[in-house]
Design a protein. Structure first.
Length: 46
């Protein structure tokens, strides 16, 4: 979301993943590179 927000605000963003997309281990394919503050919001402890 941060990269997307920066692009929307007019910044140039480069995302780097050491594994190529076809490897199956790249963050883009496994969602391992996803940083979302909302993903755990429902189960978060007070």
């Amino acid at each position: 979301m941060l990269a997307w927000k920066l692009v929307v605000d007019g910044h140039s963003v480069t995302l780097i993943d050491r594994d190529p997309p076809e490897s199956g281990g790249a963050a883009a394919w496994t969602a391992a590179g996803m940083l979302t503050p909302y993903a755990e919001a429902d189960d978060a402890e007070p």
